[in-house]
Design a protein around this ligand. Structure first.
Ligand code: CTP
Ligand code: CA
Length: 225
């Protein structure tokens, strides 16, 4: 018998990945959130670790648990907390993969006490959160790599290309919600990767672990080129 030793494509590279949703507080017991499970981001973190990277995983609330050991997990709740953790980690990161489903809006006021119900309807005033990925795109130096995701239901490729350029990304992973088997709670995903040269690679429907492998191989290819 014999063993094949796999070359560690990302040995000793500092790579950060974000995962999960963010929760935006309304009062002490309520929040605005989304259906992101964190599965995709955790699968990417595991794959990066398998490839030898020093992984920092910045995650919103998620029930997922990492399978690999060498992952530094930072738990955050809100978009503002995720921004702070990301800005800090990016200073020493070779690459960042932004797979979190960050809230676009957050309540203007957070009530200190539980809001009591009253007669009639109820409105929550919202303001925009900071676009973390765009912020990192502005900070990015020439030897750092920035990867974003795009979740689209229509005009998928055009919208993804706009995000790629607007946020100064090296590539973007397009998730189309029109594909059966793709999306938030599933264990499978179907992606298209679009890179800076607007080169498009369409992948088959596969497990999120296998999708993570495709994404991480693309990262390794760009880092090692
Ligand atoms: N993103 C982010 N900070 C935000 C919102 C989004 O970093 N406040 C990141 C996401 O993590 C993802 C990418 O931006 O990697 C695209 O997110 P998406 O929701 O698809 O696009 P948006 O730019 O938010 O635009 P819209 O929701 O209007 O399509
Ligand atoms: Ca959004």
């Amino acid at each position: 018998s014999f063993t094949l030793k796999k070359k560690l494509l990302l040995a000793n590279q500092n790579i950060m990945v974000t995962a999960g949703p963010t929760y935006e507080a309304i009062d002490p017991v309520r929040f605005i959130g989304n259906h992101s499970s964190g599965k995709m981001g955790f699968a990417i973190a595991d794959e990066l670790a398998t490839m030898g990277a020093n992984v920092t995983l910045i995650t919103g609330p998620s029930a997922e648990i990492s399978k690999q050991q060498n992952i530094k997990r930072i738990n955050v709740t809100s978009a503002a907390e995720m921004l702070e953790a990301c800005a800090d980690a990016f200073k020493t990161a070779k690459a960042c993969i932004m797979s979190a489903a960050v809230a676009d809006y957050t309540p203007v006021h957070v009530a200190a006490q539980k809001i009591k119900k009253q007669d009639g309807g109820f409105n929550i005033e919202l303001k925009k959160t900071t676009d973390i990925l765009k912020f990192l795109g502005e900070q990015k130096t020439t030897n750092q790599l920035l990867v974003g995701f795009a979740l689209e239901t229509n005009d998928e490729e055009q919208n993804a290309m706009n995000k790629l350029q607007h946020k100064n990304l090296d590539f973007i992973v397009l998730n189309s919600l029109n594909d059966a088997g793709a999306g938030f709670k599933k264990d499978t995903n179907k992606i298209t990767i679009i890179d800076r040269d607007l080169q498009k690679t369409v992948f088959e429907l596969k497990s999120k672990d296998a999708v993570a492998r495709d994404i991480c191989l693309k990262v390794a290819q760009l880092i090692n080129r």
